[in-house]
Design a protein around this ligand. Structure first.
Ligand code: VGL
Ligand code: ZN
Length: 201
């Protein structure tokens, strides 16, 4: 590998960049109500990304799945998921061990009974906030690859943000065993750039 190739593997952080942490909540961790296999493994990696952004005084945002008890996506309401991330419940809390600074703005999704809420952009405050801070590049990781990460990344690309997908900090529900891989491939095809922590300068 020559130097030029090595350089193209690096991503320098700067003004206009923001980190978006998707739904790292107890119900999506092993033992939770909608457990994502290895979901807990993203926590230390996301913490390292948070450190890099905070060190450079770059903004960090988080989303959370925040459902009413009668949300339409629940099996009890004719949907496909077990009850999860009920607003205010322990399962909806951010994972212990996730080092989100207290000042990080949190955007809730899935509040409406009849909307899936898979995309952070379903909460209009997210885009307002990004525009206010003139964010142009979003570094996106969290849970789950095949639902909230996928839909948030696609919406971000549709809104002309550059997206860097943190492939070492996402895990999938995998209702079908290849869902996570397919979601990653689709996000890349749509224009997301896959990166890992080691590539951040
Ligand atoms: C999610 C399924 C149901 C997610 C939320 O955060 O990816 N997945 N609700
Ligand atoms: Zn949900």
């Amino acid at each position: 590998m020559n130097n030029r190739e090595i350089n193209t593997d690096k991503v320098g952080l700067g003004t206009g960049d923001a980190l978006l942490v998707i739904d790292i909540q107890n119900d999506f961790l092993p033992g939770g109500r909608l457990a994502v296999a290895e979901g807990d493994q993203v926590i230390p990696v996301i913490n390292s990304y948070i450190d890099r952004f905070i060190e450079r005084q770059l903004p960090v945002f988080a989303t959370r799945d925040w459902h009413p008890k009668n949300h339409g996506s629940f099996i009890q309401q004719g949907g496909s998921w077990p009850e999860h991330c009920i607003a205010g419940s322990a399962g909806a809390e951010f994972a212990r061990g996730l080092h989100l600074p207290a000042a990080v703005p949190v955007f809730s999704t899935g509040i409406d009974v009849d909307k899936d809420g898979y995309s952070g952009f379903e909460n209009p405050d997210l885009n307002k906030h990004l525009e206010k801070l003139s964010i142009s590049r979003l570094f996106i990781g969290g849970l789950a690859t095949d639902y909230c990460v996928f839909n948030t990344v696609c919406d971000a690309l549709n809104r002309n943000y550059q997206v860097l997908l943190l492939t070492d900090a996402v895990r999938a529900v995998n209702v079908h065993s290849q869902d996570g891989e397919q979601a990653i491939n689709q996000m890349i095809l749509k224009g997301a750039l896959p990166i890992t922590l080691a590539m951040i300068q």
